[in-house]
Design a protein around this ligand. Structure first.
Ligand SMILES: [Zn+2]
Length: 342
């Protein structure tokens, strides 16, 4: 099995180490580095990365990685597992989605060694981490004050990616084409199969999102034979695939009364919310323009006209089934003990 070198450190089969991957200093002359945790089995196998906080204010993924690698039964049985819990480390320091140069790291890949701060960080990440990997799971949340129902976004036209997406076991799979400059685009060009997990909202931990995330990574690692299954579980892993989605936007500016929540099924014409004036008049009703399941929602009860309020996924299957499945998964996931996930 070949030697793996990351940030000038040689990592041998059978080793588990934490390294600090240096990136540009702060102007305070403070060194900055990305914490990277690497586990290599003695037995050859695939290499996978799990990354979080490419957007620095998206914290759920950090907690997913922390809990995952602390699980007693987290023993990599083949291949190499690489965790990078804080990719946009500058954004994490500032509790911001962006880098200090106001760029979005997820639009700056593959980057370059002599480019902007964002481009340099992207370049380091591709060269030191992604270049070694067959697979990747990139953990995200909704933007600030916006919540996402746990969902996998991936190129579902690719057979193996679709299979992994199903195995992850999030309630909803959403086909999405790669965005220019995203980590996913650069990784796919490298030949790495990537799942993007979206769940919860920025700057918050959401327990359901964290648990579905941990379980999803465990499912994928077990499928790749990198983690042992401790016992066979006959659990139906139903998945609902959406090939399209759309936003419902505010048709007035005002104070919002929400009538629907994440995971709810809506029919065309349902009144999702009412927008009212500060003195209690109803200004407008916000209706669903197509039936589906709510997978994203704005949380601030104030809107301006045109603002995105609900993200609705459209399914070929019956929406009721999707919605019921989400409800039962939530109950089941919340009742489970962490160690039972393996
Ligand atoms: Zn994100």
């Amino acid at each position: 099995m070949s030697m793996l070198t990351i940030g000038g450190h040689d990592i041998r089969p059978g080793e588990a180490i934490k390294i600090n991957l240096p990136v540009a200093k702060l102007y305070t002359d403070t060194d900055v580095s990305l914490p990277v945790y690497i586990v290599r089995s003695k037995k050859p196998g695939p290499t996978i990365f799990v990354s979080a906080a490419v957007h620095g204010d998206e914290l759920n993924g950090i907690e997913v990685i922390r809990r995952l690698i602390n699980m007693k039964r987290f023993k990599i049985t083949s291949g190499t597992f690489i965790a990078i819990p804080m990719v946009n480390v500058y954004g994490v320091v500032n509790q911001s989605r962006y880098l200090p140069d106001r760029r979005d790291l997820n639009r700056s890949f593959p980057g370059s060694a002599k480019g902007s701060l964002a481009a340099r960080l992207a370049h380091t990440f591709i060269k030191e981490i992604v270049a070694h990997c067959d697979y990747g799971i990139d953990l995200h949340t909704g933007a600030i004050h916006r919540s996402n129902l746990p969902q996998i976004r991936a190129d579902l036209a690719d057979e193996e990616t679709l299979e992994l997406a199903k195995i992850f076991g999030a309630p909803v799979l959403l086909h999405s084409n790669v965005l220019d400059g995203s980590l996913r685009e650069a990784a796919v060009r490298n030949g790495t199969k990537v799942l993007l997990y979206e769940a919860g909202e920025a700057l918050r931990f959401d327990e359901f999102s964290i648990r579905v995330g941990i379980k999803g990574i465990v499912n994928v690692l077990q499928h790749l034979k990198m983690l042992q299954k401790s016992r066979e579980r006959k659990r139906k892993n139903e998945h609902y695939i959406a090939y399209s989605s759309g936003w419902v936007r505010a048709n007035a500016s005002g104070v919002v009364s929400h009538y629907f929540e994440l995971g709810d099924r809506v029919k065309k014409g349902d009144i999702l919310a009412e927008i009212g004036s500060p003195i209690g008049e109803t200004l407008n009703k916000v209706k669903a323009n197509k039936g589906g399941v709510i997978i994203g929602k704005q949380n601030i009860p104030l809107v301006q006209q045109g603002e995105a309020m609900y993200h609705i996924a459209f399914f070929k299957e019956h929406d009721e089934q999707v919605s019921e499945r989400i409800g039962s998964l939530e109950e089941q996931t919340n009742a489970e003990d962490h160690e039972e996930l393996l």
